[in-house]
Write a protein that binds this ligand. Structure first.
Ligand SMILES: [Zn+2]
Length: 112
């Protein structure tokens, strides 16, 4: 389950950004083509955040659908899997969305 390592990195980045403040909420963007399971990240987050400033933080996950541009006809389309074919017959597609895995937002408690 590679989500554990990924989630551990996310928690590390979040805690670094928080500079010791308590993390209240983290919003992640996970592309549907990224091969990362949101449910697994959710599960790992609680485990990885334990004992860190991110413990108990609310985790919000935004799933980003896959999109590609056809190099053949220039058309844009939705993609459910990394490899697809344009209605024009070309399979030369450039992915423009769906592979992301990033921390979109985070909310930390005000310093006391
Ligand atoms: Zn095309």
């Amino acid at each position: 389950m590679h989500e554990l390592g990924i989630t551990r990195s996310i928690v590390a980045i979040v805690c670094e950004q928080a500079r010791g403040a308590k993390v209240l909420r983290v919003t992640l963007e996970i592309g549907k083509l990224s091969a990362v399971m949101p449910d697994a990240v959710r599960f790992c987050f609680d485990v990885c955040a334990k004992g860190t400033p991110a413990e108990g933080a609310e985790l919000e996950i935004i799933e980003v659908p896959g999109r590609a541009i056809c190099r053949g006809c220039g058309g844009e389309m939705a993609l459910a899997e990394p490899y697809g074919r344009c209605p024009c017959g070309s399979s030369s597609l450039e992915l423009i969305a769906g592979e992301e895995l990033k921390i979109k937002e985070m909310e930390v408690a005000e310093c006391a």
